[in-house]
Every structure is written in structure tokens, then in C-alpha cells.
Design a protein around this ligand. Structure first.
Ligand code: AMP
Length: 281
């Protein structure tokens, strides 16, 4: 298991794999790894000859009042998880390795980032796009794996890769949940006992919406109202957004006629949690 701190080490390693004709899978993460990340790594291991994982808490995707400093970090535990899942290398650069003091280039995907988390977290997706494009340029993988947990991120990254002709296949992977339904997240560690119980409201509501859709409900406003009503019953929960959007364009939907994404973002105490599902029609 290799721990790489420098860009040039990654380039050298990947070059040596390429010389042997090996395929390369890549999983970008911010660390504090759990079974959600593990599922991405295992999928990458199954589909590629070599897998590299990056562990980097990316400062440019955090807003000024967000949890960059508090974000959990544990590289030893992360290395262990990556090794057990079958990755061969972890790239864990310092911020100074990734960013020049006088960096002048931004990567911004318009439209898709004006809604949902993009609207609530100004600048977030610019930070994500910048770091992911840099990592893709450094690792040059055949395939890169992203969790559907961050559904908007998947849509934005796919668009960026298409628009910039980056030679990589983006593979979306399903959301991994705790046994009681809570989507796994590094941020779940912030939750107190009471908040952890309250956090179940996210997955519970999404299940309710799915049932309504199965029963033929096609009025998106009715569903949005139902979600908001249900969330308001949980005193520790504060809605950040509740939406029903087209799963490709992420545009607001009134009448459900084709595949939709149902994303929600909720504050449980001070912790912001997101969850979603895609309903295929
Ligand atoms: P993060 O470390 O939170 O930036 O996440 C790194 C990658 O893991 C992203 O592509 C996430 O969407 C994915 N991921 C995080 N949590 C989960 C989960 N519960 N299930 C599936 N993928 C996840």
C-alpha cells in the first residue's frame, strides 16, 4: 500500500502502470472513509487493474462559515480501509501541493450549479470542479467513481468532463446506508444521540415519497408540500431545501412525466445532511 504526498509521485506511478498496459480506476474522497467510500473503491477494484484513492479535504469547496477546520481527518484509518478494499495507492497531498498561492484559473459549470446545493452553497461547485479537474489531470484514470449520494455533484462532474473533453468515464455508484436507513456520511459523526435519531427523518420521508410515486402521484407540488410538512414535524430538523427536479437537467418539475431526482438537504442541529433518490419513469 503506497501513501503518496506529491503530484510527481502519482504521475510516475500511473506512467509505470500504463507502460504495463494496466487500466486505472480512481476514487476521489475527502477522507474519514466509511462503507459508502468503500463501495466505490471495491467497484473500482472490480473494474480496473489498479486503483488509486485521493484523500484531500479540499479547502476551495468549503464556504467561509462551513466546517473545513472541523472536518474529520484520520489518514491511518483511511489507509487501512483503502488497503482492505483493494486499492494500491492513496494520494494525500497537503493543500500547498494542490494550490499555488497565485492560482488564477477557475472551473465553473453554469446552469446545473445554480440550483439545490449550488444555490445554497455559493462557490461550492467551483471548488469541486477545480479540484476534480486537477485530480483527473494528475491521475489520468480510465474510470472515476462518484457516489449518487451527491447527485448534483455527479451531474456537474459529468457535464464538466463532457464539456472539457476529459478522457475518463464517470461511474455513478448507489447510496450506501446504515441499517436504519440513514445515508452514510463522514458528517454523521457530528450528530449527538438525539440528533442521530432525528436524522432518520430524511430517509423516512424519501421512502414516503417513493411510495406516493408508486401509487401514481404525479403532482410534484403536492409531494414537495408533503415532504415539508413531514420535516416540520421533527423539531431538531430545519429544511435547507426540498426539491423535485428533472434527473438530467436538474430543472424544477411541476408534473412528473419522466425520470426525476428527489433531493433534500436538512440541518439536524448544526449538521447539514443531504439525501436523495432517483425515480425512473
Ligand atoms: P466525500 O469524501 O464526502 O467527498 O465523498 C467522496 C465520494 O464518496 C463522493 O463521490 C461521494 O458521493 C461518495 N459517498 C459518500 N457517502 C456515500 C454513501 N453513503 N454512499 C455512496 N457513496 C458515497
Amino acid at each position: 500500500m503506497m501513501l503518496l504526498k506529491q503530484i510527481k509521485e502519482v504521475r510516475k506511478l500511473v506512467k509505470s502502470w500504463r507502460k504495463e498496459g494496466l487500466t486505472v480506476g480512481y476514487v476521489p474522497t475527502m477522507g474519514a472513509l466509511h462503507e459508502g467510500h468503500e463501495s466505490l473503491i471495491k467497484r473500482a477494484v472490480a473494474e480496473n487493474d489498479r486503483v488509486i484513492v485521493s484523500v484531500f479535504v479540499n479547502p476551495t469547496q468549503f464556504g467561509p462559515n462551513e466546517d473545513y477546520d472541523a472536518y474529520p481527518r484520520n489518514i491511518d484509518k483511511d489507509m487501512q480501509l483503502c488497503m482492505n478494499a483493494g486499492a494500491v495507492a492513496v494520494f494525500n497531498p497537503e493543500p500547498e501541493e494542490m494550490y499555488f498561492d497565485d492560482k488564477s484559473t477557475s472551473v465553473s459549470v453554469s446552469g446545473l450549479t445554480d440550483v439545490l446545493c449550488g444555490a445554497k452553497r455559493p462557490g461550492h461547485f467551483n471548488g469541486v470542479c477545480l479540484i476534480v479537474s486537477k485530480f483527473l489531470n494528475i491521475v489520468t484514470p480510465d474510470k472515476a467513481y462518484f457516489g449518487q449520494k451527491d447527485a448534483q455533484q455527479v451531474a456537474v462532474i459529468k457535464r464538466m468532463v463532457r464539456d472539457l473533453n476529459i478522457d475518463v468515464e464517470i461511474i455513478p455508484c448507489p447510496i450506501i446506508r446504515e441499517e436504519d436507513g440513514l445515508a452514510k456520511s463522514s458528517r454523521n459523526t457530528y450528530l449527538s444521540y438525539e440528533e442521530r435519531k432525528a436524522a432518520l427523518v430524511l430517509s423516512r420521508i424519501l421512502q414516503m415519497v417513493r411510495k406516493e410515486l408508486d401509487n401514481g402521484e404525479r403532482d410534484a407540488n403536492k409531494l414537495r408540500e408533503m415532504i415539508a410538512e413531514e420535516l416540520n414535524k421533527e423539531p431538531l430538523a430545519k429544511i435547507d431545501y426540498v426539491e423535485i427536479v428533472d434527473s438530467d437537467s436538474l430543472k424544477h418539475v411541476e408534473v412528473i412525466e419522466r425520470s426525476i431526482l428527489v433531493p433534500i438537504a436538512v440541518y439536524i442541529g448544526k449538521t447539514r445532511l443531504i439525501d436523495n433518490f432517483i425515480y425512473e419513469l
